[in-house]
Design a protein around this ligand. Structure first.
Ligand code: B12
Length: 314
């Protein structure tokens, strides 16, 4: 078995759904597109993206001697349907279970440690860095190069085998591994994700104007949400899945075997009235291990208020 095959086996044994490898010798197309995106102001108030632009735009600024990237994906799809009766909110699928950062970061770190230890046994020094979401890495672009899937018109990564209910991570390595074949775009003429977006946040295929995206507005944006988006937000209180729900590649999504992603009690039909009365300490206790804490108590209260206003106008 080659080292590459052993790395992949190890990754699957840790729980990853897909694994792919790319070599750091990119043509820089994704990096150029990223800079163009920033210059159009599509990142809104996510100033941390500007601050880390030199790293996001060149992975060598993250780990100078990086030669290979092991990209990983985890399926988080569960066979549940949100119960959308009046007075209930809606939470994005990725936040139904445990915060994926905890689940997957643990796995990528184990993978990184294992690879370095195995390389050392062969007398090879291998530095590594492992990330899930929060690293200054264009994760989707690296996953596409590694053959895991392609960046779809909604700008999320889509796998022909698993659809797009996938979360991404990666291990940067200073050793040279045989790369996989990059994935090719299979969106074809389909424009369903562009057409369904409630706030027209996809001005052109593959480009998301985050400032209009309900996910950005309800999770990343601080302060009041501009009135013009209120009615389109509907009952969404944390993120939005419309562009993914409609994707034909998600029609045959298979449920994950990872129990940490099983929906929490509140996840499928969060009660808006109850949430409106939730105190800061109740928020902290309820969402301690959930991705929902990202929006903070204040943000969730703001979102719940908009959803309640929308419900009262139905
Ligand atoms: C910032 C961010 C956001 C922002 C901006 C989203 C975005 N599209 O970038 C907001 C808050 C809106 C967001 C929302 C969501 N996010 Co988010 N987010 C990120 C983060 C931290 C950085 C992404 C980034 O670099 N964006 C910069 C822009 C330029 O990238 P881009 O839009 O993808 O553009 C690329 C291509 O589209 C292409 N491109 C750009 N312009 C053009 C033009 C042409 C002509 C072509 C062909 C290509 C092209 O090149 C760009 C560079 O690769 C990543 C984690 C990470 N470190 O990568 C997670 C991540 C992308 N998010 C993730 C998730 C799950 C979501 C949500 C589904 C959550 C939800 N349900 O609410 C939504 C999806 C919304 C959407 N349609 O994208 C996952 C996506 C997994 C996947 N299968 O792709 C990631 C990878 C986190 C993770 N580790 O799993 N997110």
């Amino acid at each position: 078995m080659t080292f590459k095959e052993r790395i992949k086996n190890k990754a699957y044994s840790l729980g990853f759904t897909q694994v792919g490898i790319s070599r750091v010798e990119s043509d820089g197309e994704a990096e150029d597109q990223f800079r163009a995106w920033l210059s159009r102001g599509f990142h809104g108030e996510m100033h941390w993206m500007e601050r880390t632009a030199s790293k996001r735009g060149d992975i060598k600024n993250v780990l100078p001697d990086v030669q290979s990237v092991v990209s990983v994906a985890v399926n988080y799809y569960t066979n549940n349907t949100p119960q959308e009766t009046k007075g209930k909110g809606r939470i994005s699928r990725y936040a139904w279970g445990d915060d994926y950062h905890y689940v997957i970061t643990n796995w990528v770190r184990q993978l990184a440690t294992w690879i370095s230890a195995e390389a050392k046994k062969e007398g090879v020094q291998c530095e590594s860095l492992a990330y899930v979401d929060t690293g200054p890495i264009l994760e989707k672009a690296w996953a596409q190069r590694a053959g895991i899937g392609w960046i779809g018109k909604h700008s999320n990564l889509v796998s022909a085998d698993y659809g797009s209910w996938l979360l991404l991570g990666e291990v940067l390595l200073t050793i040279n591994l045989e790369p996989d074949i990059p994935a090719r775009d299979q969106c074809g003429a389909c424009r369903l994700c562009i057409e369904i977006c409630p706030t027209d946040a996809i001005p052109e295929p593959y480009v998301l104007d985050a400032t209009k995206c309900i996910s950005y507005l309800t999770i990343e944006h601080r302060g009041p949400i501009p009135d013009l988006y209120h009615s389109n937000i509907g009952n969404r209180i944390f993120g939005c899945d419309d562009c993914l729900d409609i994707c034909p590649y998600n029609e045959h999504a298979t449920p994950t075997s990872e129990r940490a992603f099983a929906p929490r009690a509140y996840a499928l039909s969060p009660d808006l009235k109850k949430l409106a009365h939730q105190t800061l300490s109740e928020f902290q206790a309820t969402f301690k291990k959930s991705a929902l804490k990202r929006t903070k108590h204040e943000g969730l209260q703001r979102n719940v208020e908009i959803a309640r206003k929308n419900a009262s106008q139905e």
